[in-house]
Ligand binder design. Sequence first.
Ligand code: NAD
Length: 384
Amino acid sequence: MKIVAAKEVEVGERRVALVPETVARLVKQGLEVWVEAGAGEQSFFYDTAYEAAGAKIISEPETLWREADILLKVGIPQEREVDLLREGAVLIGFLNPLGQPTLVQRLSERQVTAFSIEMIPRTSRAQSMDALSSQASVAGYQAVLIAAAALPKYFPMLTTAAGTIAPAKVFVMGAGVAGLQAIATARRLGAVVEAFDIRPAVKEEVQSLGAKFVEVQLQEETVAAGGYAKEISEAAKQRTQEVVGEHVKQSDVVITTAQVPGRKAPLLVTQEMVAQMKPGSVIVDLAAEQGGNCACTEAGRDVQWNGVTIIGPINLPSSVPIHASQLYSKNLATLVQYIVKDNTLKLDFEDDIIKAACITHAGEVRNSRVRDAIEALSNQQAVS
Ligand code: NAD
């Protein structure tokens, strides 16, 4: 079987789907690996390293897409690329199926077997394929570094001959994978850290990282199936804002990471809260691409508001391309090893991982949420 890693064409995407170390592992298992020339350049993995690991370097992208048995990508492919894939080929990447119904329809028409890596279940069994986690962790780390660089203060406490510097106060909102990594990173830099999440279960994890957990007593269930957060009522949102507002006001840095799967990001930091922050304070909003947790956030921009800097970064994992690619590559290789046995594709649709992550197969859109999104799109097109 030919396992193929294509070059990313999206502007600003520096990651690569396979790194040489993973290529060597796949080759050792008897798989043939092709890598597009220059695919790893932006993440400092050069063609020579891929060749040394046993990959064949392919210069013509058309050949690569046409001949692939399993094509690995980071971001979504372009339509012309999808049209090159042969019937029955497998495509794996962050395909954003709910946001890209047209692409999914095309993949199904082309009889491509597409795996959307963000649909891998968040279970212990699937942990080593969980690219949402591996990449969120990179984002959480990088968010703190961005905040530290933008903050006109030290992070750690310092006792010097010229006086004592108080440590920075960091408030992390949303203590999922990115939030926990942000807490750990801010603590390592010497900040005093507080954190908040509507899922009470994370309290112990927050405390074990040396941060204080800010508690909000809500009279409703906040956890949905799979351990994810649920969208909360208006009353609960208001209660939350009252409590967290006080902590935002006192913080030098606020890092927001709160998300509810399939929904716009919840608004946690209002304009009034930003207005009460000290001049020079910094907010890094990791939910910027999903609408933002802060009312002042603009995705992809740094906004100055009343002396507060609000940063809405896009695709943070791409800014740490070596390690983000290394982790992502491991996630993909584990999935490849899961679906390829004895050099043959073996898909068991009773298996929960395959059932969840395979979005198109044999001309069929297999995921019901994705099917609904496609239906909504065609209804919309019929109306207009
Ligand atoms: P996410 O990116 O969807 O959300 C980030 C955090 O925001 C979550 O902790 C969520 O509770 C929080 N949040 C949502 N609304 C909020 C609000 N209004 N106020 C404050 N916080 C809010 O989450 P994620 O990091 O992808 O992880 C979510 C879940 O998946 C967690 O339960 C995590 O333990 C679980 N998970 C399990 C595994 C595994 O078992 N292998 C792996 C990864 C994640």
